[in-house]
Design a protein around this ligand. Structure first.
Ligand code: ZN
Length: 391
């Protein structure tokens, strides 16, 4: 007996943002997903839309991949002790974010710093977010903070237990380039991705990581290249972009001017595919439910980048740098979407123009793995046209 197929049809799409830099806008008015995976992108008249469990009418608005926040600091469930907030992840879903990547669960009160303790915590964090998705958001967590004394076997143990990420290198006792480089290599050998803290200390107790340490450590992602919040001097930021091929991560809770510099440098060296976005929240600067949208609007408006390109920084670029099966609208990718439109009374001929003028769009719906996870956002400015479930 064939397994039951769960089919989702999204019709009456105005335009599609693909998430792919090489073709950021797609033709078509209809997307179909089966069992949470995109199967067709095209025109409704050419597609088989029968027998769908759920039909969404996009009301002639925009379909984009669900946004990815490349840099968050979750702890447990939908609660952060950093600012004593609950439901912060749900609030970010209302800002269009459907996937988050932990840069370390550093805010846990009493976080273990001994090696067996930090390994146990990373494995437990990986599990509790795998077993429980707050409001449906895909949280990739369980990102241990490196401490002095870790050995190759520790990385193998972590990988064997399902850990796939390192927390920001530099937040623990490992701050020297040589030690960091060795541990990043061990992590990579066992399939664990790495991110490094870049710039001045974030809070009392953390330290400076300058360009020499970043380059020597050679982590997969140059975490918050624009500082978290204190950025490196301009010449060091440009040097980081020019001297390696790692991810250029720009965050909301960083230095905006330095973020624009990093993005412009990436374009100058023709490597904009390395630019990815995060919020670095929760942090001292708080939680930004609209942080990724705000980054898109900031980089597009002040950085003179077409909005459809800025969307790629928060979707397909991150997916590719981090090897995720989401962030791109194409058959085979996860059916994670945000349906959005130009905010009421915002200037510009359409949504992209209004974003290029620095305004945020209005979110009408989010979908994760082919299932509707939220309706009209309680956090974005409202759009006139709203998607709805019609069948
Ligand atoms: Zn950091």
């Amino acid at each position: 007996m064939a397994e039951k197929q769960e089919k989702l049809v999204i019709r009456h799409i105005g335009r599609i943002l693909s998430g792919k830099l090489e073709e950021p806008l797609l033709d078509g008015d209809c997307v179909i997903a089966v069992n949470g995976v995109i199967t067709h992108v095209g025109y409704e008249r050419d597609l088989d839309t029968d027998n769908a469990e759920v039909v969404v009418d996009a009301a002639d608005t925009w379909l984009a991949p669900g946004l990815i926040d490349s840099h968050v600091h979750p702890v447990i469930g939908d609660y952060t002790p950093r600012q004593q907030q609950i439901h912060w992840i749900d609030s970010c879903l209302h800002g269009g974010v459907t996937t988050m990547i932990s840069a370390g669960e550093v805010h846990l009160p009493g976080r273990p710093k001994d090696i067996v303790g930090l390994k146990a915590m990373a494995i437990a964090s990986q599990r509790w977010y795998e077993n429980f998705r707050p409001s449906g958001v895909k949280m990739h967590a369980g990102a241990p903070i490196l401490e002095e004394g870790m050995e190759e076997q520790d990385f193998k143990d972590l990988a064997d237990a399902g850990v796939k990420l390192l927390g920001e290198v530099g937040l623990g006792t490992v701050k020297a380039g040589e030690t960091a480089a060795q541990m990043v290599k061990w992590a990579r050998k066992y399939g664990i991705q790495s991110t490094i803290h870049t710039g001045g200390p974030s809070i009392p107790g953390s330290g400076l990581i300058d360009k020499d340490i970043v380059l020597e450590a050679d982590a997969d992602i140059i975490g918050h290249i624009n500082g978290g919040h204190t950025a490196l001097p301009d010449d060091q930021i440009m040097c980081l972009c020019e001297s390696c091929s790692r991810g250029i991560e720009i965050v909301h809770n960083g230095n905006e001017r330095a973020g624009l510099l990093a993005m412009r440098t990436a374009f100058e060296i023709d490597q904009s595919e390395r630019v990815i976005l995060g919020t670095d929240s929760p942090a001292g600067s708080g939680v930004q439910p609209l942080g990724i949208l705000r980054m898109i609007a900031l980089l597009s408006s002040l950085g003179n980048v077409p909005a459809e390109i800025a969307f790629c920084f928060a979707t397909g670029n991150t997916a590719r740098m981090r090897e995720l099966d989401t962030g791109i609208i194409e058959p085979g990718f996860s059916a994670d979407f945000v349906i959005l439109d130009q905010a009421q009374h915002s200037p510009g001929a359409d949504m992209l123009e209004s974003i290029q003028q620095g305004n945020l769009p209005g979110i009408g719906m989010t979908i994760i793995d082919g299932k509707v996870t939220s309706h009209r956002s309680r956090n974005t400015p409202p759009a006139d046209r709203l998607p709805s479930i019609v069948g």
